[in-house]
Design a binder for this molecule. Structure first.
Ligand SMILES: Cc1cc2nc3c(=O)[nH]c(=O)nc-3n(C[C@H](O)[C@H](O)[C@H](O)COP(=O)(O)OP(=O)(O)OC[C@H]3O[C@@H](n4cnc5c(N)ncnc54)[C@H](O)[C@@H]3O)c2cc1C
Length: 372
């Protein structure tokens, strides 16, 4: 059993997370109270509230986290797979709806599922990241298919879009779908799991469905200046990061920026992130690194399976078996990322939020020797 800090508040959040540079910029603490604001992509405590205990500290994905407790509360089971986390199915998937397939970053599964949840009345709003490609994204609360599709595509920076969760609830929405990076998914699950939340937290029970993105790292906001320069002032239509370069597409064609030029923009805090596949989401969606028309889809919770089964049955998405020869590559990439983080911790780097139990570490170490 891990003892978590229950008596810390916004001042400790500022010291331990914001000032020390480990803030994931998930945005869930912003707009939670009047004192924490998202300013561009940064999250700042604008006034010391003086409370000794705060939900802001407890739901932060960078404060101590009991991962095993979250596994139990979300999935009602211990994890068996310490690399990819709890899951029921691993699939290739793509949207069968032309609009989502065309606008989506890859197979459009995220947009197709978010629009499906809205159209089915399963949720009243979807919290997304939107705005023009190649520019800092904005937090969006979509209430229609058109608004979901307008947000399709990836912005590779850490936009604090979860601030919109509180805004949506204040505006009267009582069930939300949220699309987010792994840090954002973790924050949402920590919020849902707060048993004795001090103070007002109306969004706690309002997140109905979480679509997590794969994310091995995000880039500093300054990347957008580089993209704009390389686009030569032309409107950027799409940004993608295949393995060895970042590609920007404009009406005149595509430009590749070598990954070495991009690496300096990787946010250092992402190098200490232990979860590249959104392990606590209902479903996780990434690229296939193989066929850009398809996504990798990890179905994790029973709710996730229910929605994926229904979307499949209604012809919203199609799925196929994950190719046997690709699965070891996925495991290898994720396991290597986790091992890099463990090595960094063993060499003395701090990641206070990664308070793993001895058993958890043991399980991972056993998998270190796994020969896939
Ligand atoms: C910072 C970042 C890093 C990523 N790294 C990887 C990776 O290493 N490997 C991999 O396989 N996949 C990665 N992805 C995921 C990938 O880019 C696609 O989002 C995913 O495969 C879904 O594809 P799709 O066609 O279903 O998306 P779409 O249907 O186009 O939907 C994309 C959704 O992503 C949301 N979104 C866009 N930018 C952000 C953001 N910055 N923060 C939160 N939400 C956002 C939008 O709201 C939209 O709903 C990353 C995504 C992001 C945002």
């Amino acid at each position: 059993m891990i003892t978590l800090d229950r008596t810390k508040g916004s001042l400790e959040l500022k010291q331990e997370v914001m000032d020390s540079g480990v803030c994931a910029r998930c945005g869930l603490c912003a707009e939670l109270c009047p004192y924490i604001k998202a300013v561009g992509e940064r999250v700042a405590l604008v006034y010391p509230c003086g409370l000794e205990e705060g939900n802001c500290y407890r739901l932060c994905p960078r404060t101590p986290t009991d991962w095993e407790q979250i596994d139990r509360s979300v999935f009602n089971r211990e994890r068996v797979d310490h690399v990819l986390g709890n899951h029921l199915e691993i699939l290739f998937a793509r949207s069968l709806q032309d609009d989502a397939a065309e606008k989506g970053q890859y197979g459009g599964v995220v947009s197709a599922l978010a629009a499906y949840l809205l159209e089915q009345g399963r949720v009243s709003g979807a919290v997304l990241a939107g705005g023009p490609a190649g520019e800092t994204p904005q937090a969006v609360v979509a209430t229609s298919r058109g608004e979901v599709l307008a947000c399709a595509g990836s912005h590779y920076s850490a936009a604090p879009t979860l601030s919109a969760v509180h805004r949506a609830v204040k505006e009267g929405m009582d069930s939300l779908a949220v699309v987010g990076r792994p840090c954002q998914v973790l924050a949402l699950r920590k919020m849902q799991g707060l048993k004795d939340a001090p103070g007002y937290l109306p969004a706690k029970d309002k997140v109905e469905f979480i679509i997590g993105l794969f994310c091995f790292w995000s880039l500093e906001t300054e990347i957008y200046d580089l993209l704009s320069r390389r686009a030569g002032g032309q409107k950027i239509l799409k940004v993608d990061i295949p393995q060895d370069f970042l590609t920007i597409t404009t009406e005149s064609g595509s430009t590749n920026i070598p990954i070495e030029e991009v690496r300096p923009f990787i946010r250092p805090t992402c190098q200490l992130c232990f979860d590249p596949t959104s392990e606590f989401a209902d479903v996780s969606v990434g690229s296939t690194e193989y066929d850009p028309q398809w996504n990798t889809l990890i179905v994790r919770s029973t709710k996730g399976k229910e929605i994926v089964d229904a979307a499949r049955a209604e012809g919203i998405i199609e799925t196929k078996a994950y190719p046997d020869e690709r699965l070891p590559l996925l495991y290898q990439a994720v396991r290597n990322k986790k091992l890099r983080v463990l090595q960094a911790l063993e060499s003395g780097q701090e990641a206070g939020y990664l308070r793993l139990t001895d058993q958890y570490r043991e399980n991972l170490k056993r998998e270190r020797g796994m020969n896939l």
